[in-house]
Design a binder for this molecule. Sequence first.
Ligand code: F6P
Length: 319
Amino acid sequence: MKKIAVLTSGGDAPGMNAAVRAVVRMALHNGLEVMGVKRGYAGLISGELFKMDRSSVSDIIHRGGTILRTARCEEFRTEEGRKKAANILKAYGVDALVVIGGDGSFTGAKLLSKLGVKTIGLPGTIDNDLAYTDYTIGFDTALNTVVDAINKLRDTSTSHERVSVIEVMGRHCGDLALYAGIAGGAEAIVVPEKEFDRDELCKTILEGKTTGKMHNLVMLAEGVGGAEELAKYIEEVTGLETRATILGHIQRGGSPSVFDVVLSSKMGARAVELLLEGKTSRVVGIKDNQIMDEDIDEALAMERKFDDKLYEIATALSY
Ligand code: F6P
């Protein structure tokens, strides 16, 4: 193992820069050469590789986004595209690739490893939708951004005695809605993992009104979707003024939280250690507060478990 490369792929996530920094500096610390790949797999296919030194990652630990840029790459989904990528790595004399991204990026890494490229994955996504790890890089920061927005929406909702439907990202995973819902004191949490009855929700809202609630905050996961439509329905059935807010890409920006920076630093360092130990096709995660790693095929095959207990607690605390 002499030379490694690192890329970020898929949706950006706060903490990706700190992870890149950790990979680069840990590799250099151990006498390895490091190359950065721009624009994820798209840049890999088009040969956008450049040498990185310690100063390449100066002053990025606290920055959101990714200095390497990122992309979702259609060509990489084809065998031909992946072969091109593997050949580029060979041409640059790169022995292993560290991929920072979500499940799509991990699938890419898995397929690349079948072509003989050593790969290690770091979970970079605000969605927290990877089953093998308790937390992904960026989830905590996005959560804080969402809760900050909820608290602002609470002010205006209370003033107008309105219902507020707040739609958050997360793809098919309800974690952002669940955790933000509990941290933001939402009256209801609507996620793809749980059955949802619009009329029951309206009943709960009306009950809240009788106990003196000045507002109702409804957290809605994008995996369920339809914020505007739901807001309209609630207004029609309850007679209460209702507004929908779709938080959108604001959730992906901003400086990473301390939790995410520490997590990224630990995971980035572990990725390099794994390569130095001769390991490949592994993904790094955190379980029960311990950094761990898992076989990439097994990690991708695992089914994500929803935190039913937390959902129950959120429900019990909401009225
Ligand atoms: O995976 C991260 C994520 O932000 C999802 O929550 C969301 O569904 C998707 O990416 C949005 O993708 P794009 O930035 O390509 O619109």
